[in-house]
Design a protein around this ligand. Structure first.
Ligand code: NDP
Ligand code: GDR
Length: 357
């Protein structure tokens, strides 16, 4: 396989990870192509800063193509046109709770979408010409069969999202074994940033902290406060994705921080960033978070946010990634929370745009 050309194709480039990955690849001298979906409103806010006039020096190194993972002919055409040497399949309906509402669409984009990308490689005879990264997830462990979870831990998906990603994981393994495609899974634990989608719990919390502290919101309504997650910074994790594709042999890797914390603890840290110390009272749906200084209830539980089946505890063991890839996270949770709250405060004060994070 020629490693001279450095041309990357990123699905999901308009998402959190896609935007950080595009920055990383451009900095490494790649020509970066991304697939964006047609939308009735602007959806490129996270990557707009990467555009340059294509007539300027280096201006042709970043390009977006309209497309969708549910549209096979479109994917084949883009692959044929771009001839990527590396493909990062980050596109997905990525919200676990939403997948219970849209299970068929989630399966179509997340499971079959991955198959369509792999088939496009095969149809075009690009098996030896490109490497493939699949955005697999710690949600595969679901009802965790062991703690901490590593590459050998059995999967037990707990949502339509996780079931779709399970298919994607195994079809990647199968195409690697059947056709010799350099295809790898990164089994990534939760990673966040100021660019995190607004309805994931971390960003929902940091936005609410900013709004409450500026007097624009009364209270934050959440679901399961006891859920435990292994949260890292997205910028660290896209570095891991790139390292996975630089290996001579394709393989599957867990990327995680190795620490786990409850949603409640994340709230403690986030409200603390805005000078509010929380006291927790009550239990279950009656539990509330009270700002100790003022006695105001700033967090409440609404069962509408409970999931039909929940993933209670995730904690990853990234030892293989450390050993083989030389990868480990650099940003600890307090630093991540601090960056997210500061960014949301600046956004809400109108001091910065959504991509300044
Ligand atoms: P986001 O939800 O921020 O981004 C998802 C991206 O996929 C967006 O660009 C979105 O486009 C695009 N997309 C959605 N549906 C389609 C479709 N049918 N066809 C083409 N593109 C589509 O996710 P993240 O950046 O956080 O995650 C990236 C990937 O990694 C996802 O596959 C996710 O499931 C997976 N993952 C994420 C983890 C995390 O903690 N962030 C952990 C483990 C895995 P649009 O902007 O138009 O909506
Ligand atoms: P997750 O992320 O499901 O882990 O999937 P999310 O932030 O949505 O939930 C984390 C945990 O917080 C609990 N929770 C709430 N979640 C949301 N969204 N909103 C709430 O109000 C709320 N209250 C409590 C959830 O029940 C859950 O336990 C993310 C996505 O990025 C996936 O694409 C990715 O694969 C996994 O991380 C790893």
């Amino acid at each position: 396989m020629s490693r001279q050309r450095k041309v990357a194709l990123v699905t999901g480039i308009t998402g959190q990870d896609g935007s950080y990955l595009a920055e990383l690849l451009l900095a490494k001298g790649y020509e970066v192509h991304g697939i964006k979906r047609r939308s009735s409103s602007f959806n490129t806010g996270r990557v707009d800063h990467l555009y340059r006039d294509r007539h300027e020096p280096g201006g042709a190194s970043f390009a977006l193509h309209y497309g969708d993972l549910t549209d096979a002919t479109n994917l084949i055409r883009i692959l044929a046109q771009v001839q990527p040497t590396e493909i990062y399949n980050l596109g997905a309906q990525s919200h676990v709770a939403v997948s219970f509402e849209t299970p068929e669409y989630t399966a179509n984009s997340d499971a079959l979408g991955t198959l369509r990308m792999l088939e496009a490689i095969r149809i075009l005879g690009m098996e030896k010409a490109t490497r493939f990264y699949q955005a697999s997830t710690s949600e595969l462990y679901g009802k965790a069969q062991a703690v901490p979870q590593d590459e050998t831990t059995p999967f037990y998906p707990r949502s339509p999202y996780a079931a779709a990603k399970l298919y994607a994981y195994w079809i990647v393994v199968n195409y690697r074994e059947a056709y010799g495609i350099h295809a790898s899974n990164g089994v990534l634990f939760n990673h966040e940033s100021p660019r995190r989608g607004e309805t994931f719990v971390t960003r929902k919390i940091t936005r609410a902290v900013a709004a409450i502290s500026l007097g624009k919101q009364e209270c934050l309504w959440l679901g399961n406060l006891d859920a435990r997650r292994d949260w890292g910074h997205a910028r660290d994790f896209v570095e891991g994705m790139w390292r996975i594709l630089q290996q001579e042999t394709a393989d599957d890797y867990v990327l995680a921080t190795g620490e786990t914390h409850t949603v409640r603890h994340f709230c403690d840290l986030a409200f603390g960033e805005a000078g509010m110390a929380l006291e927790w009272r009550g239990q279950g749906v009656e539990e509330v978070g009270i700002d100790k200084a003022t006695g105001r209830v700033v967090v409440r539980v609404d069962p509408i946010y409970f999931r039909p089946t929940e993933v209670e505890l995730l904690i990853g063991n990234p030892a293989k990634a450390k050993r083989v890839l030389g990868w480990s996270h650099t940003v600890k949770l307090p630093e991540l929370v601090s960056e997210m709250v500061a960014s949301d405060l600046a956004l809400m004060r109108g001091e910065s745009g959504p991509d300044d994070g």
